[in-house]
Design a protein around this ligand. Structure first.
Ligand code: DLL
Length: 434
């Protein structure tokens, strides 16, 4: 049930003590070894000695993605290059990507936190873990791999893609744990059906799904299609990759591994800390990373902290599932809209599939949103009148949830692009029209 019970169920007092010790050491290391941090600290007049309590974390300046890009590729490393044993990189759609460097110690921590995640999903050494996150510069594949290896599972390093083979392997090897993005899991279920394999007949018992935003309704859908328990896993390249937080059997928020990462929530506009329960931007600080310590990294991910005691016995705080990103927010006619709100509406309405894309245009200085949704096979062969009604129903439901009118276009089954990694939900054509 636990991978490291002593740590995962540690008392609050003990945890704070460890966190403070580790924070102080991290700050010292960052200041001494990374010119970027030294400059930032000096600019605001904060010294290493000023960090005397966990509360003093607030004094430390934020680090942002653009700061990391400025020092591309190795400027954030706090060790000499010969101690770095592995490099990963974020996919980064704009500008330079972010590079993360790991020492042997960092890889060991990564394996530890990932072993905790897999254990939370019910994995033991008797399991067959299929890693269908990409291996390569992306952190997904290797991160899960290191955790599964610690556990002693039989690892199937399938990587992402080659979907038919993934399914044959699942069937022939009897894979019990699947790890991939939630959108890829749904795609796999679809392909399995095309191959005449009913996904529920596979031996899968659980999956760790993450790396992209998904909703509770999407969880239900994946669980139903495969007959497995779908757990949410969170992480990011800048901090370590997958393994920052994971759901326990309760599936009510993700436990953050607080002995390695300190989580805060801030108001994205003012930078002020927000109390537990309030939604804002997640800020993370690593307290054991050697290769690349990250102090108060602004993730841009929107969530809130859940402080209540969890019945699983773990004492680490939880974050609610990620609600979106501050840069994913679509601002239309003064209204903030997140893709998850649209996903929620789509999954509530019968007759459509959970495959969608949101297209934003600005034809006459006014933003317009078109939501393309796939019809189910049955709907597709239905009367036009019924299809028209379904479209109206979806438009109404989306309007109720987000407060603005969007245009829904129902498209043929299997006509939208499928993803083997992170799904591209938003296509913003506004800049092209300007
Ligand atoms: O996506 C690491 C990862 C791999 C996490 C495998 C989980 C599983 P990046 O490519 O750097 O790293 O992207 C990080 O992805 O800031 C979030 O916006 C998003 N993200 C990651 N996990 C979740 C999740 C990996 N469970 C960015 N829910 C993060 C929602 C997620 N968004």
């Amino acid at each position: 049930m636990y991978w490291n019970k002593e740590m995962e169920c540690i008392s609050e007092e003990q945890l704070r003590k460890i966190q403070l010790e580790r924070l102080k050491a991290t700050v010292k290391r960052a200041y001494e070894k990374v010119p970027y941090y030294r400059k930032k600290f000096d600019e605001v007049g904060v010294s290493v000695e000023d960090i005397k309590s966990l509360d003093d974390l607030k004094k430390i300046p934020f680090t942002s993605k653009s700061d990391l890009r400025e020092v591309y590729p190795f400027g954030m490393f706090a060790t000499s290059l010969d101690e770095i044993v592995e490099i990963h990189m974020s996919s980064g759609t704009t500008g330079k990507p972010v590079v993360a460097g790991y020492t042997l110690g960092d890889i060991d921590v990564w394996g530890e936190v990932m072993a905790r995640c897999l254990t939370m999903a019910g994995a033991t050494k008797n399991d067959i873990v299929q890693v269908a996150y990409g291996y390569g510069l992306f952190t997904g594949g290797f991160g899960v791999h290191y955790g599964a290896r610690k556990l002693g599972c039989m690892i199937v390093p399938a990587s992402a893609g080659n979907t038919r083979r993934q399914i044959e392997i699942m069937r022939d090897f009897g894979t019990t744990i699947l790890t991939c993005t939630p959108s890829y899991a749904l795609y796999m279920a679809e392909v399995a059906q095309e191959m005449g394999i009913e996904p529920t007949t596979l031996k899968l018992k659980a999956g760790c799904f993450g790396a992209e935003m998904w909703t509770e309704a999407m969880r239900t859908e994946i669980e139903k299609r495969f007959g497995l328990h779908a757990y949410n896993i969170y992480g990011l390249t800048e901090i370590i990759g997958p393994g920052v937080a994971h759901e326990c059997v309760e599936k009510k928020g993700l436990h953050v591994f607080e002995d390695h990462f300190i989580a805060e929530i801030i108001d994205p506009d003012t930078g002020d800390p927000l109390p537990a329960g309030k939604r804002g931007e997640l800020v993370l600080t690593t307290i054991t990373r050697e290769g690349m310590p990250m102090l108060r990294f602004r993730t841009r991910d929107i969530t809130s902290i859940i402080k209540d005691k969890c019945t699983c016995g773990r004492t680490f705080l939880r974050i609610e599932r990620i609600r979106g990103r501050t840069d994913d927010m679509i601002k239309v006619r003064g209204v903030m809209l997140f893709p998850y709100q649209i996903e929620k509406a789509i999954l509530e309405v019968q007759g459509v599939e959970p495959h969608y894309q949101i297209i934003i245009t600005r034809p006459q200085h006014l933003d317009e949103i078109e939501v393309m949704v796939e019809m189910s096979k049955e709907t597709f062969s239905d009367e036009v009148r019924h299809i028209e009604n379904l479209k109206k129903k979806l438009e109404r439901r989306i309007e109720e949830i987000v407060g603005i009118r969007v245009k829904v276009t129902l498209v043929e089954p299997k006509s939208l692009p499928r993803s083997e990694g992170k799904a591209k939900r938003i296509i913003d054509k506004r800049s092209l029209n300007e």
